[in-house]
Design a protein around this ligand. Structure first.
Ligand code: F6P
Length: 316
């Protein structure tokens, strides 16, 4: 079978490991694997190339995605999708493995409706995809954030300051939750665990009274203006506060072992599903096992609130 593979949406460490596994496992079973450039933009422009066992050599440890990625507005048009499927059929490509987040899965569902055999792999640092315990890239991003928190704690302690650390995650608080626990944050503010300004300010007043020299607040992006919040805290609690918005640094870097393994397992599983004539599904990891779920059960669905929130109350 001829199979296309693409990465789409925000890049995530471990995407290369997943592509590599699709290529390695795919060629092992006698398939031809085509790497589509820059996500769905590569389907719009009919831009792809044959990938071989050798062409993915050295990719396991590389951050980003060597195929390139995009958030293609053009691809949302039905006529563009139809043309893309025609182009793929002309090349003899019957199946696609798409690696990305919710937006990528929406595109995949449209392609499936048009007759493509599609498998989705969850690739995003946000860990915001229903049907999987973890997404490819999440663990590496958590490591990057924890490293930043540790460094910020050093300087905060030296200056007797509070640090606000704003992290990515879009509408999901898992990056803040996991990194906040690992970094010993005093407060974790996420879409699932909303801000209680009064509680934070009162606790910081107590910290100051008791001579504490630092405090860390980890907060998910888009909830407030971190710099303005730092000024409010400084004024109202007397605890000097600075904000750091970590930004895109969270998406880069060499994937950690968990993401290399997850990408490798998921990429291989995608090929095994196609071998078994199973498609129109996305892959997940549940309690350590590979699973597949129809796109319609995952797209637009919220994940249940993480049970680690119970831990936060006890350890922060
Ligand atoms: O989905 C991954 C992510 O990094 C989010 O955490 C963030 O909100 C968004 O992408 C940023 O997107 P862009 O790269 O388009 O600015």
């Amino acid at each position: 079978m001829k199979i296309g593979v693409l990465t789409s949406g925000g890049d995530a460490p471990g995407m290369n490991a997943a592509v590599r596994a699709v290529v390695r496992a795919g060629t092992l079973y006698g398939h031809e694997i085509y790497g589509i450039k820059d996500g769905y933009a590569g389907l719009v422009n009919n831009n792809m190339e044959l990938l071989t066992h050798e062409s993915v050599s050295g990719m396991l440890s590389k951050g980003g995605t060597f195929l390139g990625t995009s958030r293609s507005e053009e691809f949302k048009k039905t006529e563009v999708q139809q043309k893309a499927v025609e182009d793929l059929k002309q090349r003899g490509i019957e199946a696609l493995v798409v690696i990305g987040g919710d937006g990528t899965y929406r595109g995949a569902m449209e392609l499936a409706k048009l007759g493509m055999k599609v498998i989705g792999l969850p690739g995003t640092i946000d860990n915001d995809i229903a049907g999987t315990d973890f997404t490819i890239g999440f663990h590496t991003a958590v490591e990057t954030i924890v490293d930043a928190i540790d460094k910020l704690r050093d300087t905060s302690t030296s200056h007797a300051r509070c640090s606000i650390v704003e992290v990515m995650g879009r509408h999901c608080g898992d990056l803040a939750l996991f990194a906040g626990i690992c970094g010993g944050a005093e407060f974790i503010v996420t879409p699932e665990s909303p801000l209680n300004k009064e509680k934070i300010i009162n606790r910081l007043k107590d910290h100051k009274k008791n001579g504490r020299r630092h405090a860390i607040i980890v907060i998910t992006e888009r909830l407030l203006d971190a710099h303005q919040f730092a000024e409010e805290i400084t004024e109202q609690s007397g605890f000097a506060t600075r904000a750091t918005v970590l930004g895109y640094i969270q998406r880069g870097g060499s994937p950690c072992p968990e993401d290399r393994i997850l990408g490798s397992r998921m990429g291989t599983y995608a090929i095994e599903l196609l071998n078994d004539e199973i498609y129109g599904v996305c892959v997940g990891v549940r309690d350590g096992r590979m699973v597949h779920i129809p796109f319609s059960n995952v797209v637009g669905q919220k994940r249940p609130k993480n049970e680690l929130y119970n831990l936060v109350k006890k350890v922060s």
